[in-house]
Design a protein around this ligand. Sequence first.
Ligand code: PHE
Length: 358
Amino acid sequence: MTTDALRADLLAAIDSATTLEALEALRVTALGKSGSVTLFMKSLGGMDAEARLLIAPVFQALREAVATAIEAKKTALEAAALAARLASEQIDLSLPAAQSPRGSVHPISQVMDELSEIFADLGFAVAEGPEIEDDWHNFTALNIPPEHPARAMHDTFYVRREDGEGERMVLRTHTSPVQIRTMMGQKPPIRIIAPGRVYRSDSDATHTPMFHQIEGMVIDRGIHLGHLKWTLETFLKAFFERDDIQLRLRPSYFPFTEPSVEVDVGYSIVNGSRVIGGADGWMEVLGSGMVHPRVIANCGLDPAEWQGFAFGTGVDRLAMLKYGMDDLRAFFDADFRWQRHYGFSALDVPTLSGGVGA
Ligand code: PHE
């Protein structure tokens, strides 16, 4: 084949290549080690000097032309590939959200967000602590020394330590150890809530081994039961979105509060089912009290100067009461149909101005 014919063939083939792979294959057939153009170049070695002087520029021009054509085609194909990718990855921002794949926010997450919103509005920060807790924070510092009967009430999960030394670890049985961690970690005045998972070895229709609590605590000067009552009333009204919420405070006992107060909320019977509000009957919703002076002292604060109140309640139970679910276990079954029915839209962000459960 003449160089002209080869050149015409190759340029035509390059021009009609539609993919980068096809183009690369062409490059190898032409310019590769035993490619057609390379063979021409190699044949120069067998020529005498005069002929070579004459022919070499022709071959070099051929190689040059083919290489340039391949390079140009490559750039064009790459640009086309990028344009196609950009077109396919485009997001249509005007697409209605209802058409996108649907997931839902679990009622517990939703209620946690509602609670954080309500308490943020009252000036409470969110505090956290570990779920694997040491015995001291979960019990002793909260005025529950070893052998205290309250320990038996907690059905604790114990965690074996690999090193077999040091303090015994437990899965925290309540969110109250966050009271201790917060008082030891920052200076009063303190206003915090601590939502999170807690664990007890208990399982039936109304108990699951893991459940959720939210703790609240205020430490300041001159804090008294009136502050506690106002805070709980304000919180429960905002949470249940009703002004006719009635509270009943009953004397109770927790080792870490003195006095201790159990709080019932009134319900009325509407069409045969319980609805929060009114006072046809009472349901216990939370435990609370004034933080025990010994607990304050355990955290290195002077109880003569600092007082406070604390409360704790079950988030799962609050969710059930507010959204009318009756089996606690369904919360953790991950049943898609249940989640679709009770779940919340991701766009349903709780805000006080919009109504927390809007
Ligand atoms: N920690 C208690 C419980 O789990 C609740 C509580 C918290 C009571 C704070 C009083 C004060 O039952």
